[in-house]
Structures are given as structure tokens and as C-alpha cells.
Design a protein around this ligand. Structure first.
Ligand SMILES: *[C@@H]1O[C@H](CO)[C@@H](O)[C@H](O)[C@H]1NC(C)=O
Ligand SMILES: *[C@@H]1O[C@H](CO)[C@@H](O)[C@H](O)[C@H]1NC(C)=O
Ligand SMILES: [Zn+2]
Length: 433
């Protein structure tokens, strides 16, 4: 019976997907709800009933932090009534979809002014940019072919190293597993730019190698660029043949405690479908392979996402307990946040990923729990504009975030670089004596 109902729901959502038009979201409201008590947090879970077709853009991770829901026009009274009966605070932004802008722009600007790291780019332009970097700086940048995405886009890992034979610890950064989080690939591209072009970045490259995968989910990313109705797509674009639905939430697809919490098993769920099995997606397989090939040297993994200005660490699959070494993860995250704040940015909210809403199958848990990467994080960039972070502000925030990465690099270098082993030994001896 339950299966049959789920199936019928699936058919209904196929029909809805089929009807999507350019202005689908025009009359939707964005409702930001602020829980201040534990009962309210629990009550908010009831809103997730699929019957009401609400789209959760973000869930609260602390008191004073909002749960953001996109609400179809005919459901607004239901949600407002729910909020009133729970005595919740909220803000409502009407006609939210009218703010969404289709990004498909002519490459004219790029041809006229060249590639700016402070703009959102197509996947193709990002690929061209990293190709150019490796051609211009072959001493520093190499590209590793990873294969192709589900729809056949060629993916490449950017490796930046001033001494590839030194056996340096590796910092691995990926971005864009969630299609709509455009600021994440923009940050990854900016990291490549600074590490390669800024002479002072030699310090960040001293004793540390950087591996960067700027767009993990290029099919989804390009899909969000095709029209306003698709701007908020999150998943991959693989096809479920049985239900004719598309996509898997890549950040629920990793093979560690897969699907034990915070996932949907409905392929037509637009947000958190975990996939038919762990690593069903070729894109998450690629990230897994990078981690496995480099497991010995991989000391820091950061997955870039948006939004909410959080820096979270394992476990994500449970809020019941923390890893034994959680204090190290927490301390480094706080230093990173301080560095960003010192540069004029907003501090990050630092906590374990699963504390408020456990969700299994994330890449950070896999890196930490299976690969044994000692520092593993998910970084939710920016706050205040949901997924539609304005391009004009990239110039301000990307350099601020970069300061956080300098702090990461400093820690990895002093803790793990062979070059600094002597110094570490001296320090230990001093502690002993
Ligand atoms: C945050 O919420 C608490 C209640 O949990 C309240 O006492 C406090 O004033 C709030 N702080 C801000 C900055 O809104
Ligand atoms: C890459 O380099 C070529 C040749 O120098 C240039 O025409 C093109 O605009 C560059 N593309 C990017 C994205 O930097
Ligand atoms: Zn995300």
C-alpha cells in the first residue's frame, strides 16, 4: 500500500515537472522561519510533509537561525497558519521567483574584457580558464582527467604544487555538488586564481599541495543556467527510468552510513534523494576516487557549498555523538572563522554537521570516516541572499574567504609537511624536557 502511494506520488510529481514553465516560481513566497525553542524545531519537521509541496532551501542549525521555505501561492495560508499555531517568528518575501534571473548570458562580456574571477561563468568557460592556467603555468598547475559527467562533460582536477615530488600533504577542495550554489564554484575558481597568480601565495604553496575540483556536478550547474524555472535545481541529472525522474542529491550519495538519516528514498524528491545505492552517481565516484588515490597524503578536505555561513565538521549522519577528535576540528574551524572576520567578513557558525539535522551520505563524513582525512569540513558560503548571491559582491567576499584558506594551509603545513618535521620534533622535545 505504502509503496503504491509513493508510486502515485511519483506520477503526480512527474506530471508537475512536465508542467514547469519559465515563471514557475514567480508567485511563490520565500518564508523565513525563526525557531527559538526546541519544540518549535521539532514542529518544523512536520512542515516537511510532501503533500504541501514546500521546498526547503535551508534548515535552521541554531536558535536565531532561519529555516527558509519556498511556498507555492496556494499553500501560503497553510504555512502562515502553521506558524501562528506554533508561535514562530517569520519573514515573508512575496513573488520570490521574480528575483531569479536566468544566467544564460552571451559570452560577449568575456570576449570583450576577458575572464573575471568575480563573475559567474558557464562550466565551459571555467574549463577553458583552468586549461589556460595549466598552459601558462606548467611549473605550478597540472590537470588530471577524471572522465565525464553523466551527460558527458569532461571533468578535470586542478593540481597546484610548487614541489610535486616533495610528498607534501594535500588540501583537497571541491565545489558545486549542489547545482544552484553558484558561489561555491566561484570560490573554487578564485582559489585557483590566487594560488597561481598572487606572488604572495607562494607561502600557501610552501609545503602543501592543493587539489581543486571546481564543479563536481556540471550537468546540474548548466541546468540551473538554462532558465529561471531551473535556477534552484540541486541534484545531479541522472535519469531514473522507472519513474522518469531526474537526479540524485550528490551530498547524500557517499558510501558511509548511507541513507541512515536525513534522506529521501523517493527519486522524484527534488532535494535529498540519496540515490538507488551508495556512489550511484559518476560524479561522486570521481570525488571518491580522488580521495582514495591520495588517501595517505590527504590531510584537509573542504567541500564548498552555500548558504548560511556555516563551517561544519563530522559527524553529519548523527547528532548523538561527536568524533573522538572533534576538538581539533572545532579549533581549526574557529581559527578559520576568525581569519575571515579579521578580513572584514562575517564569522562562520562552527558546529558539527549533524547536530541539528542529521543527514547521512555526505562527502565530509566519507572523507573523515572512510578515508581517514584528519580535517574534513563542509563550508556554507555567504548569508543573506539565499542561493542568489549577487555577482557584484563576489569582489568583496571571495578575498575574505581566501584568508580562511590561508589559515587552513598554515595548519596543514605545520602539522604535516615533511619540510617542517624537524621543527615539530624540536617542539615535542621541548614539551618533554
Ligand atoms: C537568540 O535567541 C535567544 C533565545 O534562544 C535570545 O535570547 C537572543 O536574544 C537571540 N539573539 C539574537 C541576536 O537575536
Ligand atoms: C584562454 O586563452 C585564450 C588564448 O590566450 C584566450 O583567447 C581565452 O579567452 C582564454 N579563456 C579564458 C576563459 O581565460
Ligand atoms: Zn549544498
Amino acid at each position: 500500500m505504502a509503496v503504491w502511494i509513493a508510486f502515485v506520488f511519483g506520477l503526480v510529481s512527474i506530471w508537475q515537472v512536465g508542467c514547469k514553465t519559465e515563471d514557475k516560481y514567480d508567485d511563490y513566497a520565500l518564508i523565513k522561519i525563526y525557531p527559538t525553542r526546541t519544540q518549535q524545531v521539532e514542529a518544523l519537521r512536520r512542515l516537511e510533509d510532501p503533500e504541501h509541496r514546500l521546498e526547503f532551501l535551508k534548515k535552521s542549525r541554531s536558535f536565531n537561525d532561519s529555516t527558509d521555505v519556498l511556498v507555492p501561492p496556494d499553500e501560503i495560508p497553510y504555512v502562515e497558519n502553521f506558524i501562528k499555531t506554533q508561535y514562530l517568528d517569520y519573514d515573508l518575501k512575496p513573488n520570490y521567483g521574480r528575483l531569479l534571473e536566468s544566467a544564460e548570458r552571451t559570452p560577449k562580456r568575456r570576449i570583450l574584457r576577458g575572464f573575471s574571477v568575480f563573475e559567474y561563468h558557464s562550466f565551459q568557460a571555467i574549463q577553458e580558464y583552468i586549461e589556460n592556467m595549466s598552459k601558462r603555468h606548467p611549473d605550478l598547475v597540472t590537470l588530471q582527467n577524471l572522465g565525464t559527467s553523466y551527460q558527458g562533460r569532461r571533468m578535470k582536477l586542478v593540481k597546484i604544487s610548487s614541489d610535486p615530488d616533495a610528498g607534501n600533504p594535500i588540501i583537497f577542495i571541491d565545489a558545486g555538488i549542489h547545482a544552484r550554489e553558484w558561489v561555491a564554484p566561484a570560490m573554487a575558481v578564485y582559489l585557483v586564481h590566487r594560488l597561481v597568480n598572487d606572488p604572495e601565495a607562494r607561502q600557501e604553496l610552501d609545503g602543501v599541495d592543493w587539489y581543486i575540483l571546481p564543479v563536481v556536478n556540471p550537468d546540474g550547474y548548466e541546468y540551473t543556467r538554462t532558465s529561471r524555472a531551473h535556477r534552484l535545481w540541486r541534484k545531479t541529472r541522472s535519469k531514473n527510468n522507472l519513474l522518469n525522474c531526474f537526479g540524485v542529491d550528490g551530498n547524500r550519495n557517499y558510501g558511509f552510513k548511507w541513507a541512515v538519516s536525513g534522506v529521501s528514498s523517493n527519486p522524484c524528491d527534488t532535494e535529498t534523494y540519496a540515490g538507488p545505492k551508495p556512489f550511484s552517481e559518476v560524479e561522486t565516484q570521481m570525488v571518491r576516487n580522488i580521495m582514495m588515490e591520495n588517501s595517505k597524503r590527504l590531510k584537509l578536505y573542504v567541500s564548498l557549498h552555500s548558504y548560511g555561513q556555516y563551517l561544519v565538521y563530522p559527524w553529519g549522519y548523527t547528532g548523538d555523538f561527536l568524533p573522538k577528535e572533534w576538538k581539533k576540528l572545532d579549533n581549526l574551524a574557529r581559527s578559520v572563522s576568525d581569519a575571515v572576520q579579521k578580513a572584514g567578513g562575517k564569522p562562520f557558525r562552527v558546529l558539527s554537521a549533524g547536530k541539528w539535522y542529521p543527514a547521512a551520505g555526505g562527502s565530509d563524513d566519507f572523507a573523515y570516516g572512510v578515508i581517514g582525512v584528519p580535517y574534513s569540513y563542509t563550508m556554507e558560503l555567504t548569508d543573506g541572499y539565499e542561493f542568489i548571491y549577487p555577482e557584484r559582491l563576489l569582489r568583496i567576499v571571495l578575498p575574505q574567504f581566501y584568508e580562511g584558506f590561508r589559515t587552513f594551509a598554515e595548519q596543514i603545513k605545520t602539522e604535516f609537511s615533511p619540510k617542517y618535521a624537524g621543527q615539530r620534533l624540536r617542539m615535542t622535545r621541548e614539551e618533554i624536557s
